[in-house]
Design a protein around this ligand. Structure first.
Ligand SMILES: [Fe+2]
Length: 433
């Protein structure tokens, strides 16, 4: 009695187990090595029924799957399209019984979603690159869209399997270090990566801007989803407007020189010297441009000084000297309403201030004087002393250098002086041209 009961429990268990694949909503099949179906759950039977009514291509795909199953010897995945449905089959050979289990899964929705995302990525107006920096320092590209062809100048073959070496090789050699640094910084601080750089594509220089957010992966790698766009036209427009600004400022300087031909060339020479000093002191490109522009018109306020005082040989009277000393204020007023990204008016205002407070108009001291003005002060003095004036011969380069050295720390910024002296000694600053 007791044994009958346990037998029946056992049978129930076996039946329930055999029904288990039947309950699977996904197709499950067992196929022998002749390609004959041994077991098919209801979902698989439905699929096979559907196949008999499906188009020729779907039937062909199914036959190919069964052919593959007959010879499969390791687990693998195969995709089969049956009508509208995209099915993924896990092919699992069971060696000791010489048959193969097939576990199907409908991946139509997944496929469609992936295609939609890919369509979006392809349609974006920039190159999308999924870039990985591995823990060992190597890097790789996980995904790239069609626009990479144009942005990175890749061929169609290269685009199919993009290598990071091909992408790096397009970066302008002068921008390579800054680019590597920007990626390293973004990786270490996990902050947004932003960079602008030049590409050399077929001998042509073009500008790119990239941005992307880093993500730390569990294996220690860092991955960015980046977008890179072409900003060549934007850069050209900025360059063109800067060029127009330079010309305008140059015209102002020329107007001044027309009134005072004896100092012709002084302002452009001071501008060149100031630029060299600023660059050597490591100031960024934009600040250097600001110094260059301000230096070109540092004496523009002299336009208000009567010509006879301006070109008077010999000593000036006290009142004449006071009139001359007003030129930084006049120049700053002239430039005050000109909207520029650099503090040109303030630089002009301060170019006769001296470190110890002995300068004019405000008697500013030390750091109260802008670095830009401290640079122009040295360049202005050096150039003025080394070149000829109507009332005296040029004192020569040596005397001019001695003068700025003597004033270092009292009148002039000692760092600016030492940088300037080094540039004269190396021949990079040439005086009396
Ligand atoms: Fe001046």
């Amino acid at each position: 009695m007791r044994s009958d009961q346990s037998d029946s429990e056992y049978e129930d268990r076996i039946r329930s187990l055999s029904l288990f694949p039947q309950e699977n909503p996904n197709p499950v099949l067992r196929v022998d090595r002749n390609g004959d179906t041994l077991v098919a759950n209801p979902s698989a039977q439905q699929l096979i029924n559907d196949l008999s009514e499906a188009d020729h291509l779907s039937q062909e795909e199914w036959r190919n799957l069964i052919q593959f199953v007959r010879v499969a010897d390791t687990r693998s995945k195969r995709i089969v399209e049956i009508g509208e449905r995209v099915m993924e089959f896990e092919v699992a050979p069971i060696k000791e019984f010489d048959y193969v289990n097939l576990y199907g899964r409908d991946v139509s929705e997944e496929r469609q979603q992936r295609r939609r995302l890919s369509d979006i990525a392809q349609a974006l107006p920039g190159a999308i690159v999924q870039y990985t920096l591995h823990k060992n320092g190597e890097d790789s590209i996980v995904f790239s869209n069609r626009q990479c062809q144009q942005i990175y100048g890749l061929t169609e073959d290269q685009l199919a399997h993009p290598q990071t070496s091909e992408i790096w090789s397009k970066v302008h050699p002068d921008d390579l270090k800054a680019m590597q640094d920007s990626i390293a910084e973004s990786a270490s601080k996990l902050t947004q990566w932003n960079a602008e750089w030049r590409h050399l594509i077929d001998g042509e220089t073009v500008w790119r801007r990239g941005t992307g957010n880093p993500e730390q992966l569990s294996n220690g790698d860092t991955r960015w989803n980046t977008i890179v766009i072409d900003i060549t036209n934007e850069k050209l427009a900025v360059e063109a407007s800067l060029m127009a600004l330079r010309k305008t400022v140059g015209a102002l300087a020329a107007a001044l020189e027309a009134r005072d031909p004896y100092t012709a060339g002084h302002e452009s020479a001071v501008s060149k010297i100031s630029k060299l000093i600023a660059e050597r002191m490591g100031l960024d490109q934009s600040r250097v441009t600001g110094i260059e522009l301000a230096a070109t018109i540092h004496d523009v306020g002299k336009i208000a000084i009567p010509a006879e005082i301006l070109s008077k040989p010999g000593r000036l009277s006290d009142i004449e000297f006071r009139i001359v000393q007003e030129h930084p204020v006049t120049g700053a007023k002239l430039m005050a309403d000109v909207d520029m990204e650099w503090p040109i008016a303030d630089i002009i205002l301060q170019h006769h201030e001296r470190l110890d407070g002995s300068g004019y108009p405000a008697g500013l001291k030390g750091d109260e004087i802008m670095l830009e003005a401290r640079i122009i002060a040295v360049a202005d003095t050096l150039e003025a002393m080394a070149s000829h004036r109507p009332y005296r011969a040029g004192l020569g380069v040596d005397a001019a250098v001695a003068e700025i050295k003597r004033g270092a720390g009292t009148l002039y910024d000692p760092d600016v002086v030492s940088t300037c002296v080094a540039l004269v000694e190396s021949g990079e600053i040439q005086l009396g041209e």
